[in-house]
Design a binder for this molecule. Structure first.
Ligand code: UDX
Length: 453
């Protein structure tokens, strides 16, 4: 813990799990660097202040109607949040900035998906830094969207999905970021806002490290002309207990179950906090896992399988037939699971947090990207870092068994583990004194102090 700096930072996370986790980790990192931290969160999905007594929390109302809060179209939900949170945020910030009983506010750190925070920050003359929760490559690629549109890669056409995007090899058209919505223009608008919000900021923080994304980071530094701070991996800097931001309660019974399994034998299956599955896919996954004869720990979020509440669609007697070889839960303590010696493979949707968490524990991945940046992350995993497999011939039980066998038993899997072991070492090394992420954090702290009004 560094000496207190007598300065306050205000953080404003987007209320989605994959965005809140890294923001809360960042809050802890900066707290340990000596800053006082205030987090503004919304009643749409709120954090639990009692788990973080060293942080001050301010709850604002997102004012979403019941139907808006239940919106399944992610882009529409984000649009509601942007419209409804602006005024409550402005009011809350006004109160915080004028509170002379606390340390002066020196900087606002926000998620660029909130498209109003730059103008609000400007109206209070507060410098604003962004946290980009995706990879550096994602930020680089979406900033090139105007060119990709000009060249006809976007909007994606079915006939061109397998085509190589030569400017971003080995990405194919199907790997370019995309979120389906009732109005396709909504996604392009979001992408364009993300880039303009970033350019308008006074620097941005990325949860990555130099050795993992050197090329993308060099591109960002060249294109954006503002400071870039790759200070990750965040979760390796702070104890999990101080930074846990989980919105669902974690089922720790899985750790006792993992304790009974052989080293590197278990397939951990989780598709993050947003992805949903249809019945056919859910059943192929269930049978692929059972037929592999490997033990598995599977996170099935309630409501994530269309047409069911939880496991009702599993065939009668499925769980009993596994004879203890399969454990299904609603939400895992994922970082602890990936760090457990019994876990040998991670079957993931490749959200950036999950991808990075897997790399940091040296666990090879079966990639099943669904949306947003996940296709891009998966391509990096399979074709750039070569630490995982994509199910290129469709998600079918036979293919699943084959992929598990390759990763668990074949030479190709062993080679991936060797590459991962080197990446894992680099992920740990970059946090040590004077190495890249350590240095970048030092630069970030100095940058914040230099922003003072
Ligand atoms: C979303 C997007 O989908 C993702 O592509 C983007 O990069 C970030 O925002 P999400 O889908 O939830 O996030 O995936 P991911 O980025 O992997 O974040 C999930 C987080 O929840 C991880 O930190 C993971 O450790 C945690 N988690 C997941 C749990 O704690 N328990 C679980 O059972 C599953």
């Amino acid at each position: 813990m560094e000496q207190r700096k007598g300065r306050r930072l205000i953080l404003f996370p987007l209320p989605l799990q994959g965005h809140m986790n890294p923001m809360l980790e960042l809050a802890n990192i900066l707290y340990f660097k000596g800053f006082s931290i205030t987090i503004i969160h919304t009643n749409f999905k709120c954090l639990n202040p009692s788990s973080h007594p060293h942080i001050t929390f301010h709850l604002i109302s997102a004012n979403l109607s019941e139907s808006e809060a239940a919106e399944k179209d992610l882009l529409l939900l984000l649009s509601h949040l942007n419209k409804k949170c602006c005024e409550p945020f402005r009011k809350c910030l006004a109160t915080l900035v004028s509170d002379v009983s606390k340390e002066p506010v020196v900087c606002l750190i926000t998620d660029p998906v909130y498209d109003f925070t730059q103008s609000v920050a400007e109206s209070f003359k507060i410098p604003r830094i962004l946290l980009r929760t995706g990879s550096a490559s994602f930020t680089a690629i979406i900033s090139a969207f105007p060119v990709l549109q000009e060249k006809g890669y976007i909007p994606k056409q079915d006939s061109r999905l397998e085509e190589l995007v030569t400017e971003f090899s080995p990405l194919r058209v199907k790997d370019l970021p995309m979120i389906n919505s009732s109005d396709p223009e909504r996604f392009l608008k979001l992408i364009s806002n993300l880039t303009s919000e970033t350019k308008a900021s006074q620097g941005f923080i990325v949860n990555t490290f130099e050795d993992l994304e050197q090329h993308a980071l060099a591109t960002l530094r060249k294109e954006f002309h503002i400071p870039v701070f790759p200070i990750g991996p965040f979760h390796k800097r702070v104890p999990a207990t101080t930074s846990a931001s989980t919105l669902s309660s974690q089922d720790w019974s899985c750790i006792s179950w993992l304790n009974t399994q052989a080293v590197k034998s278990v397939i951990y299956v989780s598709f993050g906090s947003i992805a949903t599955l249809d019945e056919a896919l859910f059943l192929e996954i269930a049978w692929g896992l059972a037929n592999s004869k490997q033990p598995f720990l599977w996170v099935v979020r309630p409501g994530s399988v269309h047409g069911s509440n939880w496991l009702e669609l599993l065939p009668h007697g499925y769980l009993e037939s596994l004879d203890g070889g399969g454990h299904i839960i609603k939400w895992a303590p994922q970082k602890e699971v990936l760090a457990h010696q019994a876990v040998g493979v991670f079957w993931t949707h490749n959200g950036w947090n999950s991808t990075l968490e897997s790399i940091c524990e040296g666990i090879p991945m079966i990639c099943m990207p669904c949306s947003a940046d996940q296709m891009l992350n998966a391509r990096y995993v399979s074709d750039v870092w070569e630490i995982g497999l994509q199910l290129d011939n469709g998600i079918e039980r036979g293919e699943i068994v084959r992929a598990i066998k390759i990763l668990m038993m074949e030479k190709k899997g062993e080679q991936m583990r060797n590459r991962l072991s080197k990446l894992k070492d680099k992920a740990n090394l970059c946090l040590r004194q004077d190495i890249s992420s350590y240095q970048s954090l030092k630069d970030l702290v100095n940058h914040i102090l230099s922003l003072e009004i």
